[in-house]
Design a protein around this ligand. Sequence first.
Ligand code: ADP
Length: 200
Amino acid sequence: MSALPENIHTTFDRILQRSDKEALLNQHGIVIWMTGLSGSGKTTIAVALEKLLAEKGVLTQVLDGDNIRSGINNNLSFSEADRKENIRRIAEVSKLFVECGVVTLNCFVSPTKDIRQQAKDVLGDDMVEVFVNTPFEECEKRDVKGLYAKARAGEIKNFTGLDAPFEAPENPFLNIETVGRSVESCAQEIFNAVMPLIKQ
Ligand code: ADP
């Protein structure tokens, strides 16, 4: 951690510890970081996964790109520097939840290894990476938000997968291929893999 500026006095040592909060909730906080192209299914799967977890009494928080960009990060652009700042804030917000024992379901394109590494640098082993693996052609066919059509028409620049890169994770915790599968089956696969981490 970098040195604190003068006049900043953190209270971390005086508040209830993470372990106390986790005991209270009877769960272990983790960040399930979903990466994948726009329209790959991150948010849809997170919503289904949240339901499965809630049925087992797990407290969660879904964080997704559009919500964060319309709220806490509404002053950030898509410039290189602002993309970095976007991820830094998301990771720090996730850390606050995780320190409280909450399971966060993060739905962010997070297109490069570098960006995901930045999050990992903040979250360490509390973060598991889930690749929502849907090919570009399929995402373009779905075009849930009409963004692919706009990007093709040149109305959106630096669109991930088209004129900005998407670097697939090399060694994700899970690789979820969505084509030809139901949302429920994808969510169930993640649920099965993360439950042992949450209920240790
Ligand atoms: P993202 O959050 O990655 O941008 P969304 O969740 O908003 O993507 O959109 C994914 C779209 O793909 C939804 O319309 C969803 O119904 C559809 N879809 C089809 N099959 C699947 C699947 N197996 N998993 C997730 N989404 C799927």
